[in-house]
Design a protein around this ligand. Structure first.
Ligand code: BGC
Length: 811
């Protein structure tokens, strides 16, 4: 994968990260005022307290502590690849951050680690895709550990893991599992010390069964908190920020308990046999005993009484009023109130619980209360009938029965507080079959059948397969062309100001200009944008720029702005989602928008929002959750922040991009029901709530069709059903293919036919600065791409350009 390294190679990496204390070293290290503090708060709010025996945490003010684990210095602040590769102006590791508090960090031990880490440095520049998932641990003798314990009662052990793009987490020691050295360390420390607190620094869920094997007093799942990682952990350890993060994915007792295990990591394809039973939907329905820490779980230093005051149906919405009281005598805290719905099993079978709404309290002092109002529409929890079992094929339905409403602070402990009766089956939305499994690739999927004791049991049934003719669907949707007029002197700013309409502008464009709008400026680090960018699009040729179409610069995302210059490194997506704080995520991304404007990014390739189907997926750190509602809400919060200043966000990767191995060729075979209820649902929520201006397809195939050619996903569902009218771009570089329904439509023409508007960065060869001619060749062919389709794509791209402050006059 040197091609990716080539893109990154444009970035001057001679300037190494400043570890430890804040070091703003040059003018390009400017970040918006408040960015550091907001990152710090968000990283701290996302830390999940998993255990806390006898209130071991928070640590009291100036307590002496001994910090073990080399990750105290070599902290994993983010995962690897495009989603983490930013150059922060500073980065706080854990030991320096703890030393900056009033806590008394055992100096001889810290010194010992410093020396050892210097003598055993981690590779500063591993090759793309070969990054370390963990670092070798410093060995200590039991006598040495006991000597530290003799002077210091409390130990903090920090363990670290990372994975990334093109780098799955692995089922190995040093990957998902602890190494023998880490086990030795935990055993030595937990035996010798009065109190042992463990901090787990990771972007993926990893094995945590060991938390029950050692005598540990508290365990914090810190995630990867970006440049403020160390200070955020210190804040939670000391209680400066009370622990309050909640899990966004289930932690199982063992990897093989996950429903995707055995159906993940396939080289050519994976069958999503678990269907809609992803994460807690599986565990709460069929396998409660396999859960170590449930979805939504996280302790606080306070204790809360959560009561439903009122549950009512209000104009199509269910409204739950919950009163939350901090009953703790000493500690303040926040609580996340979660509403779940148990739908009737019906003929389709349903997961036992669906997250329907959530809300977070402000920080409540001991004795203080807050009433929260949580709203949701029952319709949004409708099941999708992809096989016609209810008599309503290709429809979202609410089957008859009682929809029980449950309130709590995690999926497992939520208790019934009311319910809604649906008398007769309701068809909520009739749509058309789209993106279903190919008949040649049918498989059996999990369905729930009611067992003799009335509880749902796992059964398997054939997945419904595709029946519609794509060719007919494409032909029925071909748009008419507008007659080409040549340059009529209409500027894009005239369209923005309402002096001309978009069609008049488009009519001026010749085929070369239309083609230029449908691809980027060919390479990463385009000369049209700030150094280190991911590529530029829209005004890629002088004649377009002369008509007022700006070249728009794209940059990764999501953990910051990936440019040659220094930029803020945000907490990873999972950390942000673990805050369950939608407003905070918007606030953080609003600051990011200010940084984009200052540093020259028009489109941030963020949020990453694939569902965390399996804990080993390398990019889970970028993603939010195993649950589509939480994913959609967090993505929408991100988009609202980024787009607050007129710039664009780019949710990705559409869709079912759930593994990294062979991601450019691998086929995600998944039922239409699971697509719509799980894998597309987050995108649907994001589009409805935040109107992203762009969206990125995925590398992988979805039921046999690459994301960048997927007419059903992009034209039928995203645009047709959801009303998305922005620009859709490919993930970086595409695979060649002939449209199976139209032999004269290949590669870029096949893509444009699907309304995947922009090929990024634009060339077919990594080093090339030209296209392959497939688009204009098809335009000229009988039964090829039509000019109407090419103009439609131009309109999609221009609608993005039209919102740019450089066109509207906002910049
Ligand atoms: C990644 C995208 C990223 C793009 C540009 C691709 O390899 O999958 O998430 O935005 O590169 O760097």
């Amino acid at each position: 994968m040197n091609e990716r390294a080539a893109g990154i190679g444009q970035v001057d990496s001679s300037d190494r990260l400043a570890q430890g204390r804040v070091q703003l070293r040059s003018e390009d290290a400017w970040i918006p005022e408040g960015m550091g503090e907001t990152c710090r708060r968000a990283a701290a709010e996302g830390i999940v307290l998993l255990t806390n025996e006898n209130e071991a945490l928070p640590l009291s003010g100036s307590a002496p502590i001994a910090v073990f684990g080399r990750v105290q210095r070599d902290y994993f602040t983010v995962g690897y690849g495009s989603g983490g590769d930013v150059r922060p102006p500073y980065s706080w590791n854990l030991v320096d951050a703890l030393a900056a508090t009033d806590l008394q960090v055992d100096a001889p031990l810290a010194e010992r680690y410093a020396t050892w880490c210097d003598e055993h440095p981690v590779d500063p520049e591993p090759a793309w895709g070969t990054w370390p998932r963990s670092h070798p641990e410093m060995p200590l003798t039991t006598a040495e550990v006991e000597a530290v314990a003799a002077r210091t009662p409390t130990a903090v052990v920090v363990l670290g893991r990372a994975a990334g793009e093109a780098r799955e987490q692995s089922l190995t020691e040093g990957g998902y599992h602890l190494t023998a050295d880490e086990r030795t360390l935990l055993s030595q420390v937990s035996t010798a010390f009065e109190r042992t607190v463990v901090v787990v620094d990771t972007g993926n869920v990893v094995d945590l069964a060991w938390t029950r094997e050692y005598d540990l007093d508290a365990v914090l799942l810190a995630w990867q908190g970006g440049m403020e990682s160390g200070r955020a952990v210190a804040d939670v350890l000391t209680g400066a920020v009370p622990a309050g993060g909640k899990l966004t994915a289930t932690i199982a007792t063992a990897y093989d308990r996950y429903p995707s295990a055995g159906h993940f990591g396939g080289h050519e394809h994976n069958e999503y046999v678990e269907d809609v039973y992803v994460g807690y939907r599986w565990f709460e329905t069929f396998a409660a005993e396999d859960v170590l820490f449930p979805f939504g779980f996280g302790l606080t230093y306070a204790s809360f009484d959560v009561r439903a005051r009122d549950v009512r149906a209000d104009d199509g919405e269910v409204v739950v009023r919950a009163e939350v009281t901090n009953t703790h005598a000493v500690h303040p805290g926040t609580e996340v109130v979660q509403v779940y719905v148990r739908a009737p099993q019906g003929v389709l079978g349903r997961p036992a619980r669906h997250l329907a709404a959530f809300a977070k309290t402000r920080e409540l002092a001991p004795g203080a209360s807050q009433t929260l109002e949580l709203r949701f529409r029952l319709e949004d929890l409708a099941a999708y009938d992809d096989g016609g079992a209810t008599g309503h094929r290709s429809a979202y339905v609410l089957e008859a029965g009682r929809y029980e409403v449950l309130l709590g602070t995690d999926v497992r402990s939520a208790l019934p507080c009311g319910g809604i009766d649906v008398e007769d089956l309701r068809v909520v939305r009739q749509v058309a079959e789209a993106a279903a499994v190919e008949p040649a690739h049918a498989f059996d999927r999990v369905v729930a059948r009611t067992g003799p004791d009335g509880a749902p049991q796992v059964a398997h049934a054939p997945v419904p397969v595709a029946t519609v003719s794509r060719r007919d669907r494409v032909l029925a949707g071909l748009p008419a062309a507008v007659a080409q007029t040549g340059d009529a002197g209409v500027h894009l700013a005239d369209v923005a100001a309402g002096r001309a309409d978009l069609d008049t502008f488009v009519a001026q464009l010749d085929d070369d200009e239309l083609e230029a709008l449908s691809r980027g400026d060919f390479t990463m680090d385009s000369a049209l944008g700030a150094a280190g960018n991911a590529g530029a699009l829209a005004g890629t040729v002088p004649s377009l720029r002369a008509k007022g179409v700006p070249a728009l610069t794209t940059t990764d995302g999501p953990a910051g702005i990936r440019l040659a210059t220094h930029t803020a490194l945000l907490p990873c997506g999972t950390a942000l989602a673990s805050t369950w704080n939608v407003e905070l995520v918007t606030e953080l991304n609003t600051l990011l928008a200010a940084e984009m404007a200052a540093k020259g990014s028009d489109v941030l390739l963020s949020p990453g929002m694939n569902v965390q189907r399996d804990p080993l997926c390398g990019r889970n750190f970028e993603y939010f959750s195993e649950d589509p509602l939480l994913t959609g809400r967090m993505a929408a919060a991100t988009v609202r922040g980024i787009q607050s200043g007129g710039l664009a966000a780019c949710p990705k990767h559409f869709a079912a991009n759930n593994q990294e191995d062979n991601r450019e060729h691998h086929d995600s075979r998944v039922s239409e029901r699971a697509l719509r209820e799980i894998y597309l649902r987050g995108f649907e929520i994001c589009v409805a709530e935040s109107a992203p201006r762009t969206l990125m397809t995925s590398y992988n195939k979805i039921n046999g069709v690459w994301g960048h050619y997927h007419h059903d996903l992009v034209t039928t569902i995203l645009r047709g059903e959801w009303g998305f009218d922005g620009a859709v771009m490919t993930d970086w570089w595409m695979r060649e293919a002939v449209d199976p329904d139209f032999p004269a439509v290949t590669n870029d023409a096949y893509r444009v036919r699907a309304q995947v508007d922009v090929h990024m960065p634009g060339a077919w060869g990594r080093e090339d600065r030209h296209g392959d001619g497939s688009l204009l060749a098809s335009l000229a062919a009988d039964d090829g791409l039509t000019r109407g389709e090419l103009q439609r794509t131009a309109r999609n791209v221009l609608r993005l350009a039209l919102t740019s402050p450089r066109v509207t006059g906002g910049a």
